[in-house]
Ligand binder design. Structure first.
Ligand SMILES: [Fe+2]
Length: 339
C-alpha cells in the first residue's frame, strides 16, 4: 500500500514553533498506534550543516564514548540481513561526517543532547509534540534523546524494529520510508518482540510476502514522520546526502511493556509458556517489575532504560562462568602433564 503524505502543510500561524502544524491535541489518538507525517522548520537550521555536525560528533565521542558515534560502509541494496553488522567506532568522528558522501558511508550520532544547543532544540521540539498530543511528553518520558543520521547517496537502513517512540525529521535529501504495522502478528510475532527486548536486534525479519503490507512514505526536507514504537521499517536515501534527526522518547507505558516482554522471554527460556502482553497495563507493569528494580537510575541512554536490568542479572552468571573457565585453563597443563 502506498500512502500519500497526510500532513496538512505549514500553519501560517505557526510563528517560531519547530513543528509548524502541531495543533492542540490533534494527534492524541495516533501516539504509537498509527504513523503520520508532519511539517518541521529544520531544513535550513544552522545546527544541521555538515561542519556543525562534525563538531558535534567530536563532542559526543569525547563526552559519551566512542561507541556513540558509529559508522560503516553504506549498503545500497535493501532487504539484506544483519542490519547492524559492520558498524564501527569512528577513528576521527569529525572526518567521517565531513567525508560521508565521498566515502560512501552511513553515520549515526547518538545522544546528541550532550551539546546544549542540540538539547535545547530537542526540548523545543518535544514541547511542540506535547501540544500536538495534549500530553507533557518531556515530563512523562523516562528518557528523551536525539539521534542524528548522515547517509551517503542511495544508502539503505536495513529492516529493523526500534524500542523508541520516534519522530523522524528529514533535514536534507529525500528518503523512501517503508513502514510495517508492528501490531500485525503476521509481521511481528510475540516471540520476535521478546527476543528483541532480550537483546537480539535482528529479531524482526522481513518475509517474502510482507512487502504487500508496507506503507510507503516519500519524505523531503521539512517532512517529519511519526514511527510508532516497534513498527518495523527499512529506509532508502535518494541520490543526495541525507541528514535526519530522530526524536526518540521512552514513554512509561512502552518501557513497562518492554520489561514485561523481557520477563516473558525469561519464562520461555525456563520452559514456561507466558501469558500475553498488552491486554492489561497494570499486569504488564507488575510482570516487568524486576527489570525496573535492577535498572540504572537515572538512565543516561537507551541501554540504561531497557537493558541495564538484564545486564545486572546476567553479571553474576558471567562472572561464575569466567571463573570456571579460568580454573579449567589453569588446571589443563597439569592434567596434560599427568598423562
Ligand atoms: Fe529505525
Amino acid at each position: 500500500m502506498t500512502s500519500s503524505l497526510r500532513n496538512q502543510g505549514a500553519d501560517p500561524t505557526g510563528d517560531d514553533r519547530l513543528l509548524v502544524n502541531a495543533r492542540p491535541a490533534e494527534w492524541s489518538a495516533f501516539l504509537n498506534t498509527q504513523a503520520f507525517t508532519f511539517k518541521h522548520a529544520l531544513a535550513d537550521h544552522p545546527l544541521f550543516t555538515l561542519e556543525r555536525l562534525a563538531q558535534l560528533a567530536e563532542l559526543v565521542s569525547r563526552e559519551r564514548g566512542e561507541d556513540r558515534v558509529l559508522y560503516g560502509k553504506a549498503l545500497t541494496t535493501p532487504h539484506t540481513a544483519a542490519a547492524w553488522d559492520g558498524l564501527a567506532r569512528a577513528p576521527s568522528p569529525s572526518d567521517i561526517v565531513r567525508t560521508c558522501a565521498e566515502a560512501g558511508t552511513w553515520v549515526a550520532l547518538h545522544d546528541t543532547e550532550v551539546d546544549s544547543e542540540y538539547r535545547a532544540l530537542l526540548h523545543q521540539i518535544v514541547a511542540d509534540l506535547s501540544v500536538g498530543f495534549g500530553r507533557d511528553l518531556l515530563a512523562e518520558a523516562v528518557h528523551v534523546t536525539g539521534h542524528i543520521f548522515v547517509g551517503s547517496p542511495r544508502s539503505v537502513t536495513n529492516y529493523h524494529m526500534d524500542s523508541e517512540t520516534n519522530f523522524l525529521c528529514l533535514v536534507r535529501g529525500s528518503k523512501e520510508f517503508h513502514l510495517f504495522d508492528g501490531t500485525d502478528r503476521e509481521i511481528l510475532d510475540e516471540r520476535d518482540i521478546e527476543r528483541f527486548y532480550w537483546g537480539d536486534f535482528t529479531a524482526a525479519r522481513l518475509s517474502a510476502a510482507q512487502p504487500a503490507k508496507e506503507q510507503l512514505f516519500q519524505l523531503a526536507p521539512g517532512d517529519g514522520l511519526h514511527v510508532p514504537v516497534n513498527f518495523p521499517h527499512w529506509v532508502q536515501n535518494s541520490a543526495d546526502v541525507c541528514i535526519a534527526l530522530s526524536i526518540l522518547l521512552y514513554l512509561p507505558e512502552n518501557v513497562e511493556r518492554a520489561h514485561a516482554y523481557q520477563t516473558n522471554r525469561l519464562l520461555r527460556l525456563l520452559g514456561i509458556t507466558p501469558g500475553p502482553i498488552g491486554v492489561d497495563r497494570a499486569r504488564d507493569r507488575r510482570r516487568g517489575w524486576v527489570w525496573r528494580a535492577l535498572s540504572d537510575k537515572p538512565p543516561r541512554n537507551k541501554h540504561d532504560v531497557l537493558w541495564s536490568g538484564i545486564t545486572r542479572l546476567k553479571a553474576p552468571a558471567r562472572a561464575a562462568r569466567n571463573y570456571l573457565q579460568g580454573v579449567q585453563r589453569s588446571l589443563r597443563p597439569h592434567l596434560v602433564s599427568k598423562r
